[in-house]
Design a protein around this ligand. Structure first.
Ligand SMILES: CC(=O)N[C@@H]1[C@@H](OP(=O)(O)OP(=O)(O)OC[C@H]2O[C@@H](n3ccc(=O)[nH]c3=O)[C@H](O)[C@@H]2O)O[C@H](CO)[C@@H](O)[C@@H]1O
Length: 421
C-alpha cells in the first residue's frame, strides 16, 4: 500500500470553510473560503466526470481497516475519494489518522459527550454533506455508530453503500452491544458487501442477500499490518514465549461486573507470575480508565499506559507471549505474529481463529481467565500449539480486491461505438 500524503486530496476541497451545520473542510490552505464555482461533484476544480467515493468513519478500528482501502483507491486514481471523519473517537482517532498519513477531507463537529447526542448531530451533518456533494458510493466499515449513520444517510440519498467487514455475526443483539444490531442493520441497506471470510459470506446469503452483491476479500486489517510491518521492519521477536502479556478491554457490554472480574483475573495472574510483565494500554473511556486504575494500579508488574498508537501496538504484539482481549481487531491481528489470544467474551464473530487453534474463547469471568492463562504460562507445549502459522483472516490484499470491485461498479465501460470511433 503506497503512502499518499493526503493534503493534496484534502487541498482539492477548497479552503477552511463551513459547509452546512458545522461541517469543516480540512485541507492545505488555499485561501479560498468558498467551494470554487467550477467545482466538480466533489467540490474539486475539474474532474467533473470522476466517480466520487465518500468514506465515512470515526473510530480507531475503522481508520485502521479503511486506510488500506483509501490508499488503494487513491493509488488507482480513477475516483475522487473523500474521507469524512465523524469525530466519534476524537483523541484516539487523531493518532490513527497520522499513523496512516490521512488528513480527512471533511471533519464533522462533535459536541455531545454521549452516543445519543453524537448520533443526532452526526446524522444531521452527514445528511447536509451528502445533499451538497452527490457521491457515487459511500464506504463504511464494521459496526459502529459512524458506520451505521454513514450508511443510513447514503441510503436516504439513494447513494449505494459498500460495507467493509460485512457479515460478521454473533446473532446476539446484547453481545456485542450495540455493534451486533448496527452491523445487521447496515447489511439491510448495503449494495456491496465486502465479506472478510467465507463464513461471513454464508451468513449474508442465509439472510437472503444476493450472491452477486457479496465479495469475499479477506480483512483489510491484515493489509494494514503487513504494510506497517514491511515499512517499519516489525516482526516476531525471538524469546517471545517469555514476553509480556498484552491486555486490551473496552467493550460496553463488559462495563461493570464483568470488567471488574477481568481486571481481577489479570491482577491474580500478574501476582502469581511477578517475573512476567503485563502491558495494558487502557482505552480512554472513563469507565475503563477508572476500573483499571482501581484494580490494577498498584500491581507492580502491570503497566497501565495510554492507548498505544498503531505502531506501538504492532510492536507490542510482535513481542507478546499472550494477548488477553475483548477486541475484534486484535483477534484478527495476533495470528499475523503468531501470538496466542484468549478472547474475553462469551462469543466471537471471529470463530475462524478459535477453529484454527490460535485463539480460545475464555469468557469475561475471573476463574476461566485465570485457569487458561495459568495453563499456557505453565505448559510451553500447549502455548506452542497455539502459535498461528498463517492468518485465517486475510492475505494482505483485501483492499486491492475492494478497490478493483468498486472500479468495476463505478468506472463506465466505454461503449463499443466509442471504442470503435
Ligand atoms: C464487535 C467488534 O468486535 N467490533 C469491532 C470493533 O473494533 P475493535 O473491537 O477491534 O476495537 P478496538 O479494540 O478499539 O480497536 C482495535 C484496533 O486498534 C488497535 N489498537 C488497540 C489498542 C491500542 O492501544 N492501540 C491500537 O492501535 C489494534 O491494533 C486494532 O487494530 O469495531 C470495529 C469498527 O467497526 C469493527 O471492525 C470490529 O468488528
Amino acid at each position: 500500500m503506497s503512502t499518499v500524503h493526503c493534503c493534496t486530496a484534502a487541498g482539492e476541497i477548497a479552503g477552511n470553510s463551513s459547509v452546512g451545520c458545522g461541517i469543516r473542510t480540512q485541507c492545505a490552505s488555499t485561501g479560498s473560503n468558498e467551494l470554487p464555482a467550477n467545482a466538480g461533484r466533489a467540490g474539486r476544480p475539474g474532474a467533473v466526470d470522476q466517480p466520487v467515493i465518500g468514506i465515512v468513519c470515526g473510530t480507531r478500528p475503522e481508520i485502521i481497516k479503511l486506510a488500506p482501502v483509501y490508499h488503494a483507491l487513491r493509488a488507482q486514481g480513477w475516483a475522487r475519494v473523500v474521507w469524512v471523519h465523524t469525530g466519534q473517537h476524537a483523541d484516539m482517532a487523531e493518532h490513527m489518522l497520522g499513523c496512516f498519513d490521512i488528513v480527512p477531507d471533511l471533519r464533522l463537529t462533535r459536541s455531545g459527550a454521549g452516543i445519543e447526542q453524537f448520533s443526532i448531530e452526526c446524522r444531521a451533518q452527514l445528511g447536509q454533506l451528502m445533499a451538497a456533494q452527490p457521491w457515487d458510493m459511500c464506504v463504511v466499515q464494521g459496526d459502529t455508530e459512524s458506520a451505521f449513520l454513514g450508511a443510513l444517510c447514503a441510503f436516504y440519498r439513494r447513494i449505494p453503500v459498500a460495507h467493509v467487514e460485512a457479515g460478521l455475526r454473533t446473532y446476539n443483539l446484547e453481545r456485542p452491544f450495540p455493534e451486533e444490531g448496527l452491523r445487521q442493520m447496515i447489511s439491510r441497506i448495503t449494495a456491496l458487501h465486502f465479506a472478510p471470510t467465507e463464513r461471513a459470506r454464508d451468513a449474508l446469503l442465509r439472510e437472503g442477500l444476493r450472491d452477486a452483491d457479496i465479495l469475499v476479500t479477506g480483512n483489510t486489517v491484515v493489509d494494514a499490518q503487513l504494510w506497517t510491518s514491511d515499512k517499519y521492519g516489525i516482526k516476531r521477536e525471538p524469546g517471545a514465549s517469555k514476553g509480556p502479556i498484552v491486555v486490551t478491554v473496552h467493550r460496553r457490554e463488559h462495563w461493570g461486573g464483568e470488567m471488574q472480574e477481568i481486571f481481577e483475573a489479570v491482577a491474580e495472574v500478574a501476582r502469581e507470575h511477578p517475573d512476567r510483565q503485563v502491558r495494558f494500554p487502557v482505552h480512554l473511556n472513563p469507565v475503563v480508565q477508572r476500573a483499571a486504575r482501581d484494580i490494577l494500579g498498584d500491581v507492580p508488574n502491570v503497566e497501565l499506559t495510554a492507548p498505544f498508537d498503531y505502531l506501538e501496538m504492532q510492536r507490542a504484539l510482535a513481542g507478546a507471549s499472550l494477548v488477553l482481549t475483548d477486541s475484534g481487531g486484535l483477534q484478527e491481528e495476533a495470528p499475523t505474529f503468531g501470538v496466542p489470544v484468549l478472547v474475553l467474551r462469551h462469543e466471537t464473530e471471529r470463530p475462524e481463529c478459535v477453529e484454527a487453534g490460535c485463539a480460545a474463547l475464555v469468557g469475561p469471568h475471573r476463574e476461566g481467565i485465570v485457569r487458561e492463562v495459568r495453563r499456557l504460562l505453565n505448559d510451553e507445549l500447549a502455548w506452542r500449539r497455539m502459535q498461528a502459522s498463517t492468518n485465517p483472516f486475510g492475505d494482505g490484499r483485501a483492499s486491492q480486491r475492494i478497490a478493483d470491485v468498486l472500479a468495476a461498479h463505478l468506472v463506465p465501460v466505454p461503449s463499443t461505438e466509442a471504442v470503435a470511433a
